[in-house]
Design a protein around this ligand. Structure first.
Ligand code: SF4
Ligand code: FES
Length: 148
């Protein structure tokens, strides 16, 4: 049977390319709430990068907990695909996303109910609605169940 091709979209400002994989998005809303001039779900295309600085784009992409948004420097795609993993910040921050997950920013060790540990970098979304199928992580279910 032929495998269904995954949707991957790319947008560039000339220096870097934003890679968007909708299937991975868990609807944390960080991107469009924090940088509406770049990410606007009401518009088509929903990503606008042409006159935005690479620094600003990268800063926002590093907030994406699901890696639905990544980036690479143009001409250096292979070596930069993992660029979203930045060094740990000294202070761990936990934010409540309205009607959504708990967002943990920083380098943390998460131990699940079986005692298995995972190290997470950058931003990690933890389920707050109780509906996730990938506990303790948010998988976007809060949107489907209209969590408030
Ligand atoms: S998971 Fe990433 S792409 Fe999806 S809304 Fe959140 S920041 Fe945006
Ligand atoms: S908060 Fe996102 S799945 Fe529960």
């Amino acid at each position: 049977m032929e495998e269904k091709k995954e949707i991957v979209r790319e947008y560039t400002n000339g220096e870097i390319t934003i890679v968007w994989q909708p299937k991975l998005c868990i609807h944390s809303t960080f991107c469009w709430r924090e940088s509406p001039e770049i990410f606007n779900p009401e518009k088509r295309p929903w990503v606008h990068a042409s006159d935005i600085s690479s620094e600003k784009i990268i800063k926002q992409i590093e907030r994406c907990p699901s890696k639905a948004l990544t980036y690479y420097y143009n001409g250096r795609k292979d070596e930069n695909l993992k660029k979203t993993e930045t060094p740990a910040v000294a202070e761990v921050q936990i934010e409540m996303v309205p009607n959504g997950p708990l967002m943990v920013t920083g380098h943390v060790k998460i131990i699940n109910e079986k005692g298995e540990a995972a190290i997470r970098y950058n931003t990690t979304a933890l389920c707050r609605c109780g509906g996730t199928k990938k506990p303790p992580y948010c998988d976007g279910t809060h949107v489907k169940i209209h969590f408030k």
